[in-house]
Design a protein around this ligand. Structure first.
Ligand code: NAD
Length: 284
């Protein structure tokens, strides 16, 4: 039997439509949500991400304020821009696209963004709130994963979730969110022994490794939900971390690449931007 294919494009479209409706309502109350996106240098993948974020804003009626800085921008110059945006009421969210050129310390930049405008949820204050369970802004890719699982009625409570990858952007925060949904969570990584044995026990597999077709059919328990976060650029096109063609025959549900987790990330970013706008209005 073939797995249910989890359609991230469709679900993200629904969320974007909800966001657009909410933006209309907010505008009636005099709230005009805005997102500042800063890109430094010429990284081609980053250019694509930023273009997609801008397009997402436009479609949802969110004002997009884009800053394109040259690759030789200094840390002081970028810090000055972040400070300016921190004080700019038109920018409810600030997103500095990573990676940054090597002369700029990423951590310093992320720390400089006001936590209430940190729509990526990378600031230690927001990471701490995520740990405590009281986060208003949630990290985009991880919260997009939870939305997808819920949308397809994948049971989470009491289920064994195995995450492959321990990055600050995906692995660790998605672990936290799954734990808040009462899943039993295991985080595997490059030093995990007998990785396949861990994966085999999972009811839910989250693959965030960055290696094409890393998760194969023999590692997957029949009926498991498989979420593929990986984006690997091959000559033949985009490919996930899961061997989709094989694994779909054994999984219960599976996300494709492209069209799975990727579109959710932007939808959740838009949602965070309006959450930030509403919170800032309350405090104004
Ligand atoms: P990362 O490179 O920061 O982390 C990769 C993780 O994989 C590490 O924690 C490492 O321990 C683990 N790993 C590496 N080799 C392993 C092995 N042999 N066995 C077990 N674990 C191993 O990556 P990241 O930022 O978390 O991203 C992972 C993938 O997800 C990338 O392909 C990235 O492009 C993609 N990504 C997609 C989205 C999206 O919106 N869809 C968002 C973020 C990242």
């Amino acid at each position: 039997m073939s797995a249910t294919v989890i359609d991230g494009k469709k679900v993200s479209g629904e969320i974007r439509a909800e966001v657009a409706n909410e933006v209309k309502e907010l505008k009636k109350q005099g709230i005009n949500p805005g997102l500042a996106v800063v890109i430094v240098g010429e990284n081609s993948a980053s250019q694509v991400y930023v273009r997609n974020k801008e397009k997402g804003c436009l479609e949802a009626g969110i004002k997009s304020i884009k800053y394109e800085l040259p690759s030789e921008t200094t840390e002081a110059e970028l810090l000055a821009l972040v400070e300016k945006l921190n004080n700019d009421p038109r920018a409810n969210g600030i997103l500095v696209q990573l990676p940054l050129p090597k002369q700029i310390n990423e951590e310093k930049i992320l720390l400089a963004i006001k936590p209430e405008k940190d729509v990526d949820c990378f600031h230690p204050f927001n990471v701490g709130r995520l740990m405590g369970g009281g986060a208003k802004l949630k990290p985009c890719t991880p919260s997009g994963i939870i939305e997808l699982l819920k949308h397809y009625d994948v049971p989470l409570e009491g289920q064994n979730a195995v995450i492959i990858g321990r990055s600050n952007i995906v692995g660790k925060p998605v672990a936290m969110l799954l734990m808040q949904e009462n899943a039993t969570v295991e985080i595997c990584h490059s030093r995990t022994r007998d990785l396949a044995e861990h994966i085999k026990r999972a009811d839910i597999i989250i693959a965030a490794v960055g290696r094409p077709k890393f998760v194969t059919k023999d590692m997957v328990k029949p009926g498991a939900a498989v979420i593929d976060v990986g984006i690997n650029r091959l000559e033949t096109g985009l490919c996930g971390d899961v061997d989709f063609d094989e694994v779909k025959d054994v999984a219960g549900a599976i996300t494709p690449v492209p069209g799975g987790v990727g579109p959710m990330t932007i939808a959740m970013l838009l949602r965070n931007t309006i959450t930030a706008a509403k919170e800032q209005k309350k405090e104004a």
